[in-house]
Write a protein that binds this ligand. Structure first.
Ligand SMILES: CC(C)(COP(=O)(O)OP(=O)(O)OC[C@H]1O[C@@H](n2cnc3c(N)ncnc32)[C@H](O)[C@@H]1OP(=O)(O)O)[C@@H](O)C(=O)NCCC(=O)NCCS
Length: 301
């Protein structure tokens, strides 16, 4: 049984460095080192680990971790979450979810109402995880915020990020943590009931497969006349980065244009719709041929 708890020993803090290397393959200069993590733990932040129990005599093995530190915004303190990572062999088993739930407990115990972090808008897994599983929202888009990164996930792309807002005391977050989301399922977009009245929702970018079977985005329709918008992203940007980097870069520039414009018009990302859709023909791999992923944005007053 995997246990979530605070990181305590220097050896465990070192294991956090190892996980950063294993998950992002960062060059050494990008790794957050032990001395920083220890300091964060001491000054009101939280460095939490997911541990797999080892056999007799051996220590527990760290298989995931997250950390966040105090920040100040609009005169209030909040928790700025900086990293969350789970080793590939343990993904899809709620380990990331449990780490974030523990981070939320920490935030509530220490008087933080808000936890923020950045994530890449083109990472479908992270979008589903942050917006749907956790109930975060975003209305801020940061362009190339970290400059060049050596992260394997970033390969060849500008480091554009959403700034996620996790209002940990709200009913929205509580509902999402209990899997109660109002976001419609994917099949409602394909011949089903739709997101709302058809006149209330607009799909900003149509997508199609190019000659190589790679998913590309058509031109953006930046009309912003509807209450809701749908913005499609690829189910796996990594597959596209590997197959043909210029197409991945096009995705970055097109979605940057869309989100910057939509946020300026007071839309907020409140939902993420993902799942298997009718297959669209021969593509790079089965995952890409079936899964579709859409951000749902709602105009706020
Ligand atoms: C993001 C990360 C921490 C998630 O950890 P995890 O333990 O796998 O998370 P969970 O098991 O709690 O949830 C993963 C969800 O992604 C979903 N998912 C998997 N592939 C997906 C895809 N292509 N598109 C959308 N969602 C996907 C899973 O179905 C699961 O959701 P569900 O429980 O509703 O079915 C992990 O993938 C990771 O370490 N990634 C690399 C580092 C990173 O990007 N960190 C930043 C996080 S903001």
């Amino acid at each position: 049984m995997i246990r979530i708890r605070k990181i305590k020993t220097i050896a465990e803090f070192h294991a956090c460095e190892d996980i950063q290397k294993a998950v992002w393959n960062f060059e050494d200069r990008e790794i957050i080192p032990v001395n920083e993590l220890i300091t964060i733990q001491r000054i009101g932040g939280a460095v939490l680990g997911a541990f797999e129990p080892a056999g007799k005599g051996a220590g527990d093995r760290l298989i995931g971790f997250c950390f966040g530190m105090p920040g100040r915004l609009d005169g209030k303190t909040f928790l700025s979450s900086r990293m969350l990572a789970v080793l590939p062999a343990y993904r899809g088993m709620d380990v990331g979810f449990r780490l974030k739930k523990a981070q939320r407990e920490f935030a509530l115990d220490h008087g933080y109402d808000l936890v923020t972090w950045t994530f890449d808008p083109l990472q479908s897994v992270n979008a589903h995880f942050n917006i749907e599983k956790l109930g975060a929202v975003t209305h801020d888009y940061l362009v190339n915020v970290y400059g060049h990164s050596t992260s394997i996930l970033n390969r060849g792309l500008d480091t554009d990020r959403f700034l996620a807002y996790w209002h940990v005391k709200t009913a929205r977050v509580e509902d999402h943590l209990r899997s109660k989301s109002e976001t419609p399922a994917l099949d409602s977009l394909f011949g089903g009931s739709g997101v709302g009245h058809p006149e209330d929702v607009a799909q900003v970018n149509e997508t199609f497969l190019d000659d190589l079977g790679i998913l590309v985005s058509g031109p953006a329709k930046l009309k912003f006349a509807t209450r809701w918008l749908l913005v499609e992203i690829p189910p796996s940007i990594q597959v596209i980065q590997t197959a043909h980097l210029p197409v991945a870069q096009q995705w970055r520039y097109k979605t940057r244009e869309i989100f910057l414009a939509a946020f300026k018009k007071r839309y907020t990302v409140t939902g993420f719709i993902t799942g298997n859709a009718p297959a669209r023909g021969g593509t790079l791999n089965a995952e890409v041929s079936r899964r579709r992923s859409f951000y749902l944005l709602e105009r706020t007053k």
